[in-house]
Structure formats: C-alpha cells, structure tokens
Design a protein around this ligand. Structure first.
Ligand SMILES: C[S@@+](CC[C@H](N)C(=O)[O-])C[C@H]1O[C@@H](n2cnc3c(N)ncnc32)[C@H](O)[C@@H]1O
Length: 339
C-alpha cells in the first residue's frame, strides 16, 4: 500500500524546540527573507463563514457517528475514523457493515492503520469523477483516499473565477497532492502551477491528468519545497491570479526541508501576497488537524493583506450527511478576495 503524502512523522522535539525561539529566528535559516511589516488598513472581514460541499454522483457523506464516517466515493462505500463524529449514527449497523472498504486503526489523523475489504478485495485505485473531472480514488496508508471532497467548496469558487475572467488566469496550487484542484482549474481554462514535495504524489497527479484527458492543458508539475518555490518565484517576479495553499501541520520538502505550520505559515502567506498579480482574484488557505481557531488564520490573513483592500472571509469547511443532515467539520479556512 502506498504511503499517503499528507501524513508525515510527528516531530515532537522540533515542536518543543521551536517554542524557545522567537518567530523571526525560527524562520530566518529557512530563507533570506522574513515577514514584512505591512501598512494600510486591514481588509474588511466576513466571519464566521461555513462552506459546505454538496453531495454529488461522485461523492457523498452518507452518515457519521460513534467516531466514524460512512462515505461514498464513486462506486464504493467507505468507512473511516473521524474523531469529530461524537453523535450516534443514523443508519442501522447493517448499512455500515455493508461497506466496501473499512479503515481501522488509530483514531488520531496521523495514526497508522490498514484497509479491510469486507466483501471482496479491491485494487489500490478506482475511477472517480468530481466536478466533471475524472481521476483515481486511491486507498493509501494513513486513511486517505486521494482526494479531500470538502475542498469542492473552494474549487467551485475557483472555477467560477476562472470562467468569468476574460483572460486565462494563472493559478498556483501549493501542497497540491494528487492534483484534483489543479485539474479542475485547468479544465476551467487556467494556466496552472502545481507544487508538491512528494514525487509519488506528482506521479499520481500526472496519472490523473491523463485520466481527465487534460494532457495538453497548461499545467506545470513541480516537485519542490513549497516555501523554496514561492521564494524563488518572488525573486523572479512571477505572479499568480489565484493561489491555493493547503499546508499540512508538518511536512518535508524533497531535500528534507522542514515545514512546520505554526512556524512557517506567516512567512508563507507573506510571500504569497507578494506573488499575487495586480489583478488577483484570491488567496485561499485551508488548514487541517491543527489545534487553533479559524480566527488565528483569519487575523493572520488580514494582517498579511493590509493595504490590499478586499475582504477576508474565514471559517470552516464542512460536509453535510445525506442521511442525518448533520454537519461534519473537516478543516479551517481563510481566503482573501478583492472587493
Ligand atoms: C494537505 S495535502 C494537500 C491536499 C490537496 N490540496 C487536496 O485538497 O487534495 C498535503 C500535501 O503537502 C505535501 N507537502 C508536505 N510538505 C511539503 C513541502 N515542504 N513542500 C511542498 N509540499 C509538501 C505532501 O506531499 C502532500 O501531498
């Protein structure tokens, strides 16, 4: 079974060590640039915003409860742990037991575990289609299935921006994983730059490009450390109209560069702001499995975007059960958009 790139080993020592040093020192060795002091008014704010991704032919959150969720990914019903599902299940046990794949293991999102196929052994991948783009669902270690459907709320927004623009928008997808967002952007007419540290994830993304029949679409697949890449783009004077960034809590670049969300996010957003084009349509940040309120990324985004006008809207990405109608929170987000 393949290693899911989202999950990286925990580095408690690194986390402990970082609290001893001020932020400027912690980020200094990373790049020859620190967070700029911005002037001007903070953008307007819209909080809290709850973005909900609707069920479709390709995906539905069917039910959740007792620390697990039951979802439909294309042809398969899949059960995975979800610590946030504190409530009882709506559907009877037989519906859950009838699932095609069940992930058992540590309830911690970083935890190891394994896939069990109660009916018939399944291959590693299967055909999926979301927002008219074909790609592979994929049973990976660490419970992930090659796509995060709650992101569709962002992808809908992005698709609308790209379609409404009277020129091909330039989209940068940082920590782009299996490339579904990049493919949806390209299918809508954008010129896409996709960055991920994992060679394996880039390979999966290229496979998905072929499945989506977007081989000739203008997508640059870049295997690099996200911070290093944007720092280079800033020096080169390259800019983007839309930047999506979905950093993990902890990650590593291809040469072992360490990514720690709480240490590096301010500098990352700061550089992202400087590589937004003069007519940019948005900067979108999502954060999973961090112990923080959406206000922490909201206020960071507003400080980062001081003097840029527009509005920062922040809150949670949720999935709504098709059976019980309850909302399952998946992640925090903050996005800046021009007025
Ligand atoms: C959170 S997932 C992205 C999910 C994706 N945006 C989606 O919605 O499908 C995290 C990705 O970050 C990548 N990553 C981790 N550390 C990185 C780094 N330092 N630079 C670039 N990518 C990194 C991992 O390889 C993984 O693919």
């Amino acid at each position: 079974m393949n290693q899911a790139p989202r999950r990286q080993p925990k580095h408690r020592d690194a986390q402990r060590g970082r609290q001893d040093k001020p932020a400027a020192e912690r980020t200094a060795p990373l790049l020859d640039r620190s967070v700029k002091r911005r002037n001007g008014e903070r953008p307007d704010e819209r909080v809290p915003v709850v973005l909900e991704s609707k069920a479709s032919d390709g995906y539905a959150l069917i039910d959740s409860g007792d620390g697990e969720k039951l979802e439909r990914y294309g042809p398969y019903r899949i059960v995975r742990p979800d610590a946030q599902a504190l409530w009882p299940r709506t559907l009877p046990a037989k519906d859950w037991q009838g699932a095609d794949a069940i992930f058992t293991g540590d309830t911690d999102e970083d935890g190891m575990g394994r896939w069990r196929f109660p009916k018939t052994p399944l291959g590693e991948t299967w055909p999926m289609r979301l927002m008219d783009v074909d790609f592979h669902g994929r049973f990976t270690a660490f419970r992930h299935v090659g796509v995060f459907p709650e992101q569709m709320a962002h992808w809908d927004w992005m698709q609308a921006q790209i379609r409404a623009a009277k020129r091909p928008l330039k989209v940068l997808n940082l920590f782009g994983y299996t490339g579904v967002a990049s493919l949806i952007a390209a299918a809508a007419g954008a010129e896409v730059t996709h960055v991920d540290a994992s060679k394996k994830a880039i390979g999966w993304a290229r496979e998905n490009q072929a499945l989506a029949k977007l081989d000739s679409a203008p997508i640059r697949w870049i295997c690099d450390d996200a911070m290093k890449f944007i720092a280079r783009e800033e020096k080169r004077g390259n800019t983007y109209d839309i930047i999506l960034t979905d950093p993990p809590k902890f990650g590593r670049g291809p040469s072992g560069e360490i990514w720690q969300l709480f240490d590096h996010l301010p500098l990352m957003l700061d550089i992202c702001r400087d590589i937004l084009s003069p007519d940019a349509r948005g900067l979108v940040l999502t954060a999973y499995s961090i112990r923080a309120s959406f206000f922490s990324i909201h206020e960071l985004m507003r400080e980062t975007m001081r003097g840029a006008g527009g509005v920062v809207e922040s809150g949670e990405l949720i999935l709504r059960e098709s059976e019980g109608g309850r909302a399952l929170s998946t992640s925090l987000f903050s996005r800046w958009v021009p007025a």
